[in-house]
Design a binder for this molecule. Structure first.
Ligand SMILES: [Zn+2]
Ligand SMILES: [Zn+2]
Length: 123
């Protein structure tokens, strides 16, 4: 499988909730059948990428599904955290998360708080 954002190869990462694919370059994550609760459990283990790289690639939203390349992925917004956008395939229901997004999604408002704090510190 190739990363739909940067065209690098994806590696399989084993988790207690099942295998996920992670890009060797941008560390974007491809999840197929995982449910929301599973995502929270595995986020800390698999979401190892650089948040700034993920944020840059998040602006790339015209991508094809890496599992069924004739399908265009559609941008979804998390209903609880509308600042998180991810891409979902309308055919296989796979989802692509940029680096940092899975952790963000799993941490809810606490993550939002920490992020705004660290951004302020950096400036
Ligand atoms: Zn990539
Ligand atoms: Zn697909």
């Amino acid at each position: 499988m190739q990363c739909p954002k940067c065209n690098s190869s994806m590696e399989k990462v084993k988790t207690p909730a099942g295998d996920v694919d992670r890009c060797v370059s941008c560390k974007g994550l491809w999840l197929d059948v995982l449910v929301h609760e599973d995502i929270k459990k595995i986020a800390a283990d698999v979401d190892t990428g650089d948040v700034e790289t993920g944020a840059k690639l998040n602006t790339t939203d015209q991508i094809n599904c890496p599992a069924c390349p004739s399908s265009k992925m559609i941008r979804m917004v998390d209903p609880i955290q509308p600042h998180i956008w991810f891409e979902s395939c309308p055919t296989c229901y796979g989802r692509f998360f940029d680096a940092g997004e899975l952790t963000d999604l799993s941490e809810r408002t606490l993550g939002d708080f920490i992020k705004s704090f660290s951004v302020k510190e950096r400036n």
